[in-house]
Design a protein around this ligand. Structure first.
Ligand code: MN
Length: 295
């Protein structure tokens, strides 16, 4: 199934180019916390399925293009992200890199992106007004965690996956010796984490480590790789993160970017497509307000 979050945090099932509103299948108590609907649905999936299917039967589809898609999970408890997880990406940033030479996510662990940096298909990556810094795209497969777990062994880890989505890990690069802010801040500007276009449940993605992953800027192909080239696989990432803290339903793990990372600028359109998961486009714009802290 393909689960979309849209408009005022409605929950919909996507079939072809139509979305069917199934929000009424969720508890009314969530009406006061609509941004939590996807977290609840993920955590209560098996119990919720009968009501979801019944509501789908009653719902009338509308074109996906007629709704405003939000981030596939608008309010995950965490967005974990793997640095340096594709061999050919390591080294391509020259002296703008913050990962020590030769180290991968296995040695570096994870970093965090702020959930408030999430945006959906059709949304915007907002760059600081007037900035002359370099801002890059990173094309990544996102894993959505389905159930709580701590110290999850690698052999059992895939059972904790609820589904998948496309994720763009937008990044402000350091200027060596001049501006070397923390990674979590450089990757957490509003709109810097497009996630979508919806969540595809794991049963529809039989081998998540054999998916073509491509990204275009204004129609020009910039990144093209396959998730089989990941250094630290999905199960090991889940083992690694859950060895540090408990994973929660709805958590997102960005699995790292392959080579081809490059800059974008205001006015650009960035499109990501992951085989069997979907396509998502976002716009790059400059923020209206000048930030009191120059970047
Ligand atoms: Mn990344």
């Amino acid at each position: 199934m393909k689960i979309a979050s849209y408009n005022e945090h409605r929950v919909g099932l996507v079939e072809g180019d139509q979305v069917f509103d199934v929000t009424a299948a969720l508890p009314a108590a969530l009406d006061s916390l609509p941004q939590q609907r996807i977290n609840w649905l993920v955590a209560n999936w098996a119990d919720a399925l009968p009501a979801l299917r019944a509501q789908r039967g009653k719902a009338k589809g509308v074109p996906v293009s007629s709704v405003r898609l939000l981030a596939a999970n608008p309010s995950p408890p965490h967005v974990f992200a793997a640095p340096a997880n594709y061999r050919k990406h390591i080294g391509e940033l020259g002296d703008r890199v913050v990962t020590k030479k030769g180290r991968s996510a296995r040695e570096q662990g994870f970093f965090l992106k702020a959930p408030a940096s999430l945006v959906g298909h059709g949304g915007s990556i907002g760059l600081p007004k007037g900035s002359t810094r370099r801002f890059d795209h990173e094309s990544e497969l996102a894993v959505i965690i389905g159930k709580a777990g701590r110290n999850i062994p690698r052999a059992e880890a895939i059972q904790y996956v609820f589904g998948y989505a496309c994720l763009i890990d937008a990044t402000m690069r350091i200027e060596p010796g001049v501006a070397e802010e923390e990674r979590s801040m450089r990757k957490s500007f509003a709109g810097f984490t497009p996630l979508g276009p919806y969540i595809v449940t794991a049963d529809e993605v039989p081998d998540p480590e054999a998916l073509d992953n491509r990204l275009w800027v204004n129609g020009e192909l910039r990144q093209q790789a396959n998730t089989r080239e990941m250094i630290v696989g999905i199960a090991e990432l889940i083992e690694l993160v859950s060895s540090v803290l408990p994973l929660q339903p709805g958590d997102v793990i960005a699995t790292g970017t392959p080579e081809g990372v490059g800059p974008f600028a205001p006015g650009d359109t960035v499109k990501i497509a992951i085989e069997g998961v979907g396509e998502m486009s976002v716009h790059v714009r400059e923020n209206d307000a000048v930030s009191p802290r120059p970047f």
